[in-house]
Design a protein around this ligand. Structure first.
Ligand SMILES: NC(=O)c1ccc[n+]([C@@H]2O[C@H](COP(=O)([O-])OP(=O)(O)OC[C@H]3O[C@@H](n4cnc5c(N)ncnc54)[C@H](OP(=O)(O)O)[C@@H]3O)[C@@H](O)[C@H]2O)c1
Length: 226
């Protein structure tokens, strides 16, 4: 039985990598999908192949955030929001971290993610879910803005979860673990990508939470069993 028939799910950063694989998995389970990337050109081919709605969303840009949230709201109630889009920046210690890169990473991965969540929240159904993609690099030395942005995502998840308890909205941060994507290749340029799992292998907790499970605020995808 398909678990997400009748659900509408918004996935940010679905043009490639984890977001694209997740969109495919959610679509296979019957979800109606609203997919975003920084431009319509980036997301249209994926959306077309899945029969999904495509929206431009640049998380650096408040106007783009408000306009994407309004467009998503016009499509109807949102059952699940997956905040997947994020930036790596550069791997460097905080003492030397380039501040222009810092601001870029934070504006997309923290400020923009919160602003899009705020803008979409009125359309999120009571009893729905907000899934934030986090990372094992949260707080890891020499991962700079990325490490701090993932700590912030963990904090946002815990706080939103407590604040939205009356609406029964499950806020869950899921760490997919290292998976084969462009971001992973940029973070580990010397690694053979074929030694890293395909994102498809780490998607079951995302589908389960979207379908109604509540595992608590944090999930390590590689340890998931249901
Ligand atoms: N890969 C891993 O091993 C790994 C491990 C743990 C956690 N994660 C997390 O998983 C998530 C996805 O990672 P990934 O490896 O799939 O990354 P990716 O391949 O680099 O894909 C990033 C996605 O984010 C979108 N994006 C980039 N800048 C954006 C912006 N300014 N506004 C809105 N969207 C933007 C991209 O859209 P465009 O095509 O328009 O650029 C793309 O769809 C990230 O949050 C990452 O931190 C990844």
């Amino acid at each position: 039985m398909r678990r997400l028939v009748g659900s509408r799910i918004v996935v940010t950063g679905a043009s490639r990598g984890i977001g694209r694989a997740l969109a495919e998995a959610l679509g296979d389970e019957g979800a109606a999908l609203v997919l975003t990337a920084t431009t319509v050109e980036h997301i249209a081919p994926v959306a077309e192949s899945l029969g999904a709605e495509a929206l431009a969303l640049d998380l650096r840009d408040s106007e783009s955030i408000q306009s994407a949230a309004s467009a998503a709201a016009r499509l109807g109630r949102v059952d699940v929001l997956v905040n997947n889009a994020g930036l790596l920046g550069v791997r460097a210690p905080l003492s030397d971290y380039p501040m222009d890169v810092w601001r870029d990473v934070m504006s997309v991965s923290v400020d923009g993610t919160l602003e899009f969540t705020q803008a979409l929240l009125p359309s999120v159904a009571d009893g729905g879910a907000i899934i934030n993609v986090t990372s094992g690099a949260a707080g890891r030395p020499s991962w700079g803005a990325y490490g701090v942005s993932r700590l912030a995502i963990n904090g946002l998840t815990q706080m939103l979860r407590a604040e939205l308890v009356d609406r029964d909205i499950r806020c869950v941060a899921i760490n997919p673990g290292g998976v084969r994507t462009e971001m992973r290749a940029a973070a580990y340029p010397d690694e053979d990508p074929l030694t890293v799992p395909d994102p498809k292998e780490r998607l079951e907790p995302f589908v389960a939470v979207a379908a109604g499970e509540d595992p608590g605020w944090f999930v390590e995808a590689k340890d998931w069993s249901s």
